[in-house]
Design a protein around this ligand. Structure first.
Ligand code: HEC
Length: 139
């Protein structure tokens, strides 16, 4: 067996795998543009909604986009009639963060569970999202 050749082949395979993994794990998973999917009016934020904003930006915005406006090809806007409180109550946000979500309303794929977030932090994120929803006529 030609050892240098085997090593070269293994290294090349690792490189190809690494590169495809890198590109497949980006924000733009299914070839969309990443553009916001809805226009969101952002009201003044105070209290829990304000802390929820930074938690959201750290843990959710990479998929759900800035101001929860969604991202083309990545994830849906949460400022959307589908997520009004009567249809997706606060418990569904807690469940989504803890267990992930099986794709059912859209064609973005599944949402994985969000690591390293506590229920009280999700509560603040909910306060933030509900504030945005109300400011955009979703009650
Ligand atoms: C890796 C991408 C990703 C991240 C990060 C992410 N989500 Fe999601 N989320 C999705 C996708 C995709 C869906 C749509 C699933 C579908 O088709 O219904 C979704 C759906 C949801 C839903 C709807 C749940 C339901 O019952 O239908 C809620 C609520 C939600 N996300 C909240 C959050 C919150 C809060 C965070 C941050 C703590 C977060 N998401 C982070 C991708 C993501």
């Amino acid at each position: 067996m030609n050892r240098p050749l085997v090593i070269t082949v293994v290294l090349l395979a690792a490189l190809v795998l690494g590169v495809s993994f890198y590109f497949s794990d980006g924000d733009n998973r299914s070839g969309g543009t990443g553009a916001a999917l809805v226009q969101v009016k952002v009201p003044a934020l105070t209290g829990d909604a304000k802390s929820g904003e930074s938690l959201f930006n750290n843990k959710c915005a990479s998929c759900h986009g800035e101001n929860a406006a969604g991202q083309d090809g990545v994830a849906p806007p949460l400022v959307h009639i589908i997520y009004e409180p009567n249809h997706h109550g606060d418990a569904s946000f807690q469940r989504a963060a803890q267990n992930g979500v099986r794709a059912h309303h859209w064609r973005f794929g599944n949402m994985p569970p969000v690591e390293g977030i506590a229920a009280y932090e999700v509560e603040k994120i909910i306060a933030y999202v509900r504030t945005l929803q109300r400011a955009n006529g979703i009650n």
